[in-house]
Design a protein around this ligand. Structure first.
Ligand code: DON
Length: 583
């Protein structure tokens, strides 16, 4: 139940405006939703005629939908949603982080925008090692030294310059400025997240950020007003790129770094540029899969996994049959082994893209696949997955003209470095942990790396983010993606197959239980109760270790499926506050 003291006129207004875009859409809230958790109504499964936005927060989905209704295209909506998540979803939505945007226009042209953070110019290879050469625990995760140079604002500017249909930057930023100024109501999950991290916010901040609730805890439905952030959005609204990388906000960010022994300077900010990359495009049967290129490993690893299972009859074996799980886990194992060795920032390291995706190479990679036994991973030191929460965020958009955008964006782990820029009101990322602090030593996601992903000044850290668009028989079919660190790639792999091989609709595909193998540690991780006991036994007989992953959940997926009649099915993950909006 809502607490009466928070049931304000404002909240009623928000409830009403959130419901308006649903007129004309068929919604079917999945049965597992706990109604008591809903501060803003969430549409977990939504069918719409023309356009759809699916994101991690109902207000952000609404902001995107409003832009589409006003004549913006999918890219305009994506820019507005990215900014809105920076206010409504502080745990991962951001302007202090980075991300990737994959685009497919209705004429079939594609693009990939890399607004990934970069290592500061003063970064160096051994910066997270002590005098004995050991990695200092959490130095790349908590506090000022963990922060990469943020890319989000420049990314949005680049997307706007090349693709905006509205051609009105201010209209895209204004809704988020208003949300920061007027306040948002906290969902139970967000309130819990802020409360859980209170000690860290206190420890790693040089001033008292608004996210720390004095005298007590945040409650579901309570209003969070972000005045400092509102002023930052005002500057971005008025000045675009210069509102963030120059002037007051830049001064505040650099002052924050100095106060907390961080290393980002004005020069880092001035020279940051988002990059257009060539998307990774591959064929899987009658699908074309368009995904993110390096410095994300997502597109290549997804292509590898799909290529490795393509010749096995997984449809006949069935969804989550032991044979299907076995062959998928073996493909995942092999792709992650390649990731650790061969993938990194293409501006620093020559990534053998073609070779890694070559169909013959992938066939060869499976030559030692044994249908009756797991292939043990190489026995170098195994990484340990921690219980760090699944915090990054994805959104998927299709506009009424059939343009599609798939965006995954992040601060890395929940609330990033936990550092809020004093005076500017936004969290800074802890993306530096995605670079390899030392060969063979796993990062927070248990991922290991070598030369390709070693720390260098100005280098982008290797990512697993996999924003993906698929066509079927040449027509737009799916827009998909999720957070989840290393599990992002395997989750996209599974949801794609759930639809393409196992005949699921998008909502069903998104909400189906998930599993994950990443080579090291040598284990199949599952969600709680993902497999019945007999399936676990069958996998163990094949030689797999099977165990539940830290939090018992994997990812928070946002997908859109173009149905045979041309209508759109949005699937927003039941694992979070995610919600679809459409018309
Ligand atoms: O870029 C990456 O692969 C990670 N920084 C993503 C982090 C993430 O998904 C957090 N959620 N678990």
């Amino acid at each position: 139940m809502f607490k009466p003291q928070f049931m304000t006129k404002y909240m009623l207004f928000i409830l009403i405006i959130t419901l308006i875009p649903l007129a004309g859409c068929k919604q079917d809230s999945a049965k597992k939703i706990d109604k008591d958790e809903l501060v803003y109504p969430q549409n977990k499964k939504l069918i719409s005629d023309k356009a759809m936005v699916v994101s991690a927060h109902p207000l952000a989905s609404k902001v995107g939908m409003d832009i589409l209704r006003k004549g913006g295209n999918a890219i305009d909506a994506a820019i507005a949603v990215q900014f809105a998540l920076g206010v409504t979803y502080p745990v991962a939505g951001n302007i202090g982080g980075g991300g990737f945007m994959v685009i497919r226009m209705n004429d079939g042209t594609t693009a990939a925008l890399d607004y990934r953070e970069k290592a500061p110019l003063a970064a160096f290879r051994d910066m997270y090692l002590d005098s004995l050469g050991n990695v200092v625990p959490r130095l790349s995760l908590d506090g000022h030294l963990a922060v990469g140079v943020p890319g989000t604002v420049d990314g949005m500017v680049k997307a706007f310059e090349k693709y905006s249909q509205l051609k009105d930057w201010k209209q895209l930023v204004k809704p988020s400025w208003d949300l920061a100024k007027d306040g948002i109501l906290l969902t139970k999950r967000e309130a819990n997240g802020l409360n859980r991290n209170k000690d860290k916010f206190e420890k790693f901040n040089t001033s008292q950020p608004v996210f720390i609730k004095e005298n007590g805890e945040w409650a579901k439905g309570e209003k969070l007003v972000q005045s400092d952030l509102a002023r930052t959005y005002e500057l971005i609204h008025n000045k675009g790129r210069a509102g963030f990388y120059e002037g007051e906000v830049a001064d505040e960010l650099v002052a924050e770094m100095k106060a907390g022994n961080g290393i980002i300077t004005h020069e880092d900010l001035k020279e940051y540029e988002a990059q257009w990359r060539t998307p990774i495009v591959s064929q899987y049967k009658n699908y074309e899969v368009i995904s993110m290129s390096p410095p994300s490993s997502g597109g290549i690893a997804l292509t590898q996994m799909l290529g490795m299972v393509e010749n096995y009859p997984i449809k006949d074996w069935g969804f989550h049959s032991p044979q299907t799980i076995h062959v998928m886990a073996e493909a995942e194992r092999r792709a992650f082994a390649d990731r650790a060795k061969h993938l990194g920032d293409p501006d620093f390291y020559e990534v053998p893209v073609k070779e890694l995706m070559d169909k013959n190479y992938l066939k060869e990679r499976m030559a030692n696949f044994n249908p009756n036994a797991a292939t043990p991973s190489d026995s170098i030191q195994a990484g340990v997955l921690t219980k760090e929460s699944d915090q990054t965020t994805h959104f998927s958009i299709i506009d009424a003209d059939g343009n599609a955008v798939s965006v995954t964006t992040t601060l890395n782990t929940g609330y990033g470095s936990k550092v809020v820029v004093s005076g500017a009101g936004f969290f800074l990322n802890n993306e530096m942990d995605d670079l390899s602090a030392k060969v063979g030593v796993p990062n927070v996601f248990g991922l290991v790396g070598e030369e390709a992903n070693a720390i260098e000044p100005g280098k982008r850290m290797l990512s697993s983010m996999t924003p993906t668009i698929a066509t079927k028989d040449g027509k737009l079919n799916m827009v998909i993606g999720t957070p989840g660190g290393s599990t992002i790639i395997t989750s996209v792999f599974q949801v794609f197959l759930n639809v393409s091989e196992f005949g699921m609709g998008m909502s069903e595909a998104v909400n189906a239980p998930r599993f994950h193998h990443q080579w090291l540690p040598d284990q199949i991780f599952t969600e709680t109760d993902a497999f019945p006991a007999e399936t676990v036994t069958a996998l163990e007989k094949l030689g797999h270790k099977v165990g539940v992953r830290g939090s018992g959940k994997i990812g928070r997926f946002e997908g859109i499926l173009v149905m045979p009649d041309g209508k759109l099915e949005g699937g927003a993950d039941i694992r979070g506050d995610d919600s679809a909006a459409g018309y």
